[in-house]
Design a protein around this ligand. Sequence first.
Ligand code: FCB
Length: 447
Amino acid sequence: MKSLNKNVLVIIIVITMLFCCLMSSFCSVLSFKYNNPHGHEISDEEILIFPENFLWGAATASYQVEGGNVNSSWWRFEQEEGRIKNGDRTDGIINHYGRYEEDFDLASKLSLNSYRFSIEWSRIEPQKGEFDEKEIEHYRDVLQALKDRDIKPMVTLWHHSVPAWFEDLGGWERGENVDYYTEYVNYVVANLSEEVELWLTMNEPMAYITCGYVSAKWPPAKQDLTQVPGLFSNLTLAHKEAYSIIHEKDANAQVGIAEHSSYIVPYHEKNILENIIASTIDYAWVHYLIDIVKDELDFIGVHYYYKQSINLSLAKDVLTKDPEEIENQSLDRAYYPEGLYEVLLKYKRYEKPIYITEIGVPDYHEIDRNQFIREHVREMYYAIQDGVDVRGFYYWSLLDCFEWSEGYDAEFGLIDVNLETQERTIKDESWEYALIAGCNCVYNDEL
Ligand code: FCB
């Protein structure tokens, strides 16, 4: 009997080992396939032309440009010492709230035909259940100013900043709070839907979860991984509800969600573990969410900034190297235009229109912004040629602005804002984008 037990045990162990080997080879094959770059041919046309009615825009977010959003959770956060680099503040600095007409004149000068901006929930509903008509009127004026200049709006309903009262009630941690968001969405859509066709229900929910609850560098600044599953399900539910609300008001509206998508790759092409980690992070960070909400999506908003490499050989250096050196290497956030092509092809399987709702480079980066834009636009062209239905490109950002916990250190703007005088000047490095937007084409200098 004893020896029988022993044999059974051996058989179980062997079967388990075989099963694990099989599973790990299966995962490696899948992840190698997943990470394998498609690559593309280079066109022999001198000028690459985009589809008719393509949208060339720039993006902003209310909290980052408006100033004076005193009822937001971010307002409270920025007053706390040590939260924002250099102690930077938003009040009275950029003032897009007061100067939007001037900013749109400059957008017109840059030949932009679209503008993505967000509505500030904490202005519309400064206290629970109290909706401020004066503020909805402000956004109506903003939409009118865009219309006067033939600039098509894309409106984000929630871009990272929530009202302080909402955060105090537990924010997105509590399922029942989703109703507060839908009440706000109802109010905005009832008032503005006649002037808006393109809506984003929310911006980068995964970034919100990570920065608010994992790294804790954004409000509510809790390091609490146990909240992650609940946040995820509340946010996806909120998206679905907002989608229905918008469609009830306007059957022709186009509703999407904006997702952060870096190009995540193994640092060593042939390393099995790095391959598995890269494909798992890419799926968990981006595509899992899209899979959950794909029936409630008319389009997908894709944000692409850089390539990130998974480099396990760094792990063993952690104890021996200078922490700053490790930090620089492990971030490995590289400017990599070809990554945009690869990222876009990964979205092809959803068979939905795509808008690149953010892409950009800060002034401090050594790359010239003209070159950055030209090369990424070219990669987007090849993705379109290869069957991805990309319909618009929104540079981040129209203006230099408050870069969350980085304060004003990361200036991404096409337009420079003098932080003392608020004076606006189009940067020299933005004119190539104006040429691209103006001709709906890009020069193929790879020939
Ligand atoms: C994106 C955010 C946007 C801005 C840019 C640089 O992830 O959506 O608000 O901070 O990064």
